[in-house]
Design a binder for this molecule. Structure first.
Ligand code: ADP
Ligand code: MG
Length: 445
């Protein structure tokens, strides 16, 4: 609109003939420019296509030479795949394996695929038949796909035993390597704070594979904390932290690096006396390290940024000390009752802040000595962080301190008055019974 309130297009309207002839000139000039531009574009595209063709031809030539190369440096015979489609018995020279020029990506992929298929066939043959299991409701989902509840009727000498299990289904074959890693890691672990492993189950009709672990009634710790929505005592949170630290200390001793420790991957059940038992689970990204080698570099996983140590974010270096960092974040999640670390921030921002020295702030109502345990796990240099063995000691120290304080408090209250009802300390002790919540079916979670 013009300042006078008239429409601009009306002002320019029919009065001007010179305006219309100059518009025709502009259109012609525009068309010529566009034509030249399109021509140039076609020439560039053609040049790219010709170049690509040449590259493919020389690549195929090299590949042919690789495959024909034989004898001079010996041959490597790959395992027979048992007649699996597309992969017959192959031979590959060590030269082709080592030199980038002689090692086309396609050949290396075929080698990995063949080895993996052979592993899968081996695992399928060792697996227990799924028809021993009654599969129930879904329990959760993660990278592999769904996890189901199952009732395993395990054959015994007389009759069978009924065992509640959780079945993690492998639903994408490109995740087989993680599935196998989890199987290999889990079968060598046995600890009261590590989820118990029952082995691989196979549905031969549907060609589906499952990993079976003990069923953890209260599910993942992050879900439980959110359900309890703050109705949880400090004592219980300290106990949960200790359970996770004990499981991780056992992993540290066993030279296993977990690499995805978080409250999502900690599971919970309740023992006979009503205590929450926390167990470490989800070993899909776990790696065994050799005894003298404490850390390793790997870029094979998508790192959980909010739980990752500085050396993981910077250089993809993993070790038990990077797990210690993640443990500190788990403790933070516990004392923030299942809140997401760095909520409302992008992974990129989190990474930038953590690398420049920022850390998660003290959770609401969390005591200083417990926050100190967390911050000790987030020391910049891995060697300055405690080991998991130390973390267990540190948490144990806090527990002892609380016991002492409770004892003193009880003594004071008793001497003041015996008629004022139960002390704060004894209420805390009885707290577990008071805070237990019930699920829809009236069962304690
Ligand atoms: P993924 O490797 O795909 O992340 P997880 O092992 O972490 O799989 O399991 C995904 C979810 O399934 C968990 O967060 C939990 O809610 C549920 N779940 C897994 N294992 C069990 C189990 N043993 N008992 C009860 N729930 C389980
Ligand atoms: Mg998981």
């Amino acid at each position: 609109m013009s300042p006078q309130g008239q429409d601009d297009s009306v002002q320019q309207g029919p009065n001007s003939n010179s305006g219309s002839s100059s518009s025709v000139g502009v259109i012609i000039a525009g068309s010529v420019t566009a034509g030249v531009f399109i021509l140039l574009l076609i020439i560039v595209i053609l040049a790219i296509i010709v170049r690509k063709r040449r590259t493919i031809q020389s690549f195929n030539q090299e590949k042919k030479m690789d495959m024909e190369h034989d004898g001079a440096s010996g041959v490597v015979h790959l395992p027979n795949t048992g007649g699996l489609p597309g992969i017959s018995r192959m031979m590959l020279t060590p030269v082709a394996e080592n030199s980038p020029r002689n090692s086309p990506l396609a050949v290396r992929r075929a080698v990995a695929y063949t080895a993996q298929t052979a592993e899968r066939v081996k695992l399928e043959n060792q697996a227990t038949n799924i028809d021993q299991v009654e599969i129930g409701r879904p329990l959760g989902a993660g990278t592999f796909g769904e996890v189901f509840y199952g009732l395993w009727r395990k054959p015994e000498e007389e009759g069978y035993a009924s065992i509640e299990i959780a079945l993690k289904k492998l639903h994408r074959s490109d995740k087989f390597e993680n599935f196998r890693e989890e199987h290999v890691t889990l079968r060598q672990l046995q600890h009261s704070n590590i989820v118990r492993y029952f082995g691989v189950f196979m549905d031969h009709n549907r060609h589906e594979m499952y990993l079976a672990t003990e069923y953890m009634k209260s599910g993942s710790l992050v879900d439980l904390l959110q359900i309890l929505s703050g109705k949880i005592s400090e004592e219980q949170m300290v106990e949960m932290s200790l359970g996770a630290a004990l499981g991780m200390s056992y992993l540290e001793e066993s030279n296993v690096v977990h690499r995805s420790l978080s409250c999502r991957n900690l599971l919970v059940s309740i023992d006979d006396s009503g205590h929450y038992i926390v167990k470490v689970s989800d070993f899909g990204n776990a790696k065994c390290v050799s005894g003298d080698k404490r850390d390793f570099v790997a870029s094979d996983i998508i790192v959980p940024v909010r739980w990752s140590a500085v050396e993981v974010l910077r250089d993809n270096v993993f070790s038990s000390k990077s797990d210690v960092w993640s443990f500190g974040v788990c403790m933070w999640e516990i004392f923030e009752k299942g809140k997401e670390p760095w909520a409302d921030c992008s992974d990129f921002q989190v990474s930038e802040w953590v690398l420049r020295g920022d850390r998660l702030s003290c959770p609401t109502d969390c005591a200083d000595d417990l926050y100190e345990v967390m911050t000790s796990c987030w020391q910049e240099a891995p060697e300055d962080r405690p080991t998991f063995k130390d973390v267990v000691q540190l948490i144990g120290g806090v527990m002892t301190e609380r016991q002492r304080e409770k004892g003193e408090e009880e003594e004071d209250t008793e001497s003041e008055s015996e008629e004022e009802g139960p002390s704060a300390a004894s209420r805390l002790q009885n707290g577990r019974a008071e805070i237990d919540v019930e699920d829809d079916e009236g069962e304690t979670l």
